[in-house]
Ligand binder design. Structure first.
Ligand SMILES: Nc1ncnc2c1ncn2[C@@H]1O[C@H](COP(=O)(O)OP(=O)(O)OP(=O)(O)O)[C@@H](O)[C@H]1O
Ligand SMILES: [Mg+2]
Length: 235
């Protein structure tokens, strides 16, 4: 099973048996005096595919970033895999985040981009090659390893960004408008890849503005003014 050893915290066996659910209890976020997220409660089970939709500025990215640990929460509780992660570093949360603008290191090759975090963590060279090759094959970018990001199309860059997230074997993938800079055909290809990762056992969160992208989800959570307005199970 592909991600059976996923992340730093999940020590369980195959698909369906990992426990990488995400719970938000009364989560609030303020920037200084300005409150932007107002008490969000959400239970997401292991292996769900959730999309956040809602008007610009309603707090979608902030929610995702708080789950990832890139943003502190002001009050409330976030638990991953049953464990409160409020104080936990992003790298210890069993999550990986993918961004709209790919956020690749421009001066590194595709291979180096994918290997970077593993090198940083002192993973053995042979294991780095194994994981990078594996992720590159899943994302169908194995022939691009020597290219620089500027030599790739937007769709290819996003594939590299997702592959780079996968080498750490996260249980949970958080993607903030991953198709936002792509045409609709390429965007749908990226979503099909996320569908594939979902089928292989990952829990997926995607933020999107686009209706056809939201149709990939199994559950659509509508956010408005920093609150959950509607929670829709669609499959
Ligand atoms: N670092 C910050 N400092 C102050 N205010 C912020 C900061 N980041 C976000 N905000 C505010 O928080 C609110 C929610 O922002 P957020 O980026 O989560 O919205 P969003 O739903 O992702 O919007 P969009 O669809 O346009 O990406 C906005 O009013 C935004 O201006
Ligand atoms: Mg946003």
């Amino acid at each position: 099973m592909l991600w059976s050893m996923a992340g730093a915290t999940t020590q369980t066996a195959g698909r369906g048996t990992t426990v990488a659910g995400v719970s938000l209890h009364g989560v609030c976020k303020s920037y200084g005096e300005v409150a932007v997220v107002h008490g969000v409660d959400l239970e997401v089970a292991d292996h769900e595919f959730v999309v956040f939709v809602g008007p610009s500025g309603c707090g979608k990215s902030t929610l995702l970033r708080m789950i990832a640990g890139l943003e502190d929460i002001t009050s409330g509780k976030i638990a991953i895999d049953g464990r409160v992660v409020n104080e936990l570093d992003p790298k210890d949360r069993d999550v990986a985040m993918v961004f709209q603008d790919y956020a690749l290191y421009p001066h590194m090759t595709v291979f180096e981009n994918m290997a970077f975090s593993l090198r940083y963590r002192g993973v053995a060279k042979s294991e780095i090659h194994r994981r990078v090759d594996h992720a590159a094959r899943i994302l169908d970018i194995d022939l691009l390893a020597a290219r620089m990001p500027r030599q790739l199309s937007g769709g290819q860059r996003q594939r590299v960004a997702i592959a780079r997230a996968l080498v750490n074997r996260p249980s949970i993938i958080l993607a903030d408008e991953p198709t936002g800079n792509l045409d609709s055909k390429t965007g749908n290809e990226i979503m099909a890849l996320l569908d594939k990762l979902h089928a292989q056992g990952n829990t997926i969160f995607v933020v999107t503005h686009e209706h056809d992208i939201a149709l990939h989800a199994w559950r659509v959570v509508h956010i408005r003014d920093g609150k959950v307005e509607r929670d829709e199970q669609i499959r």
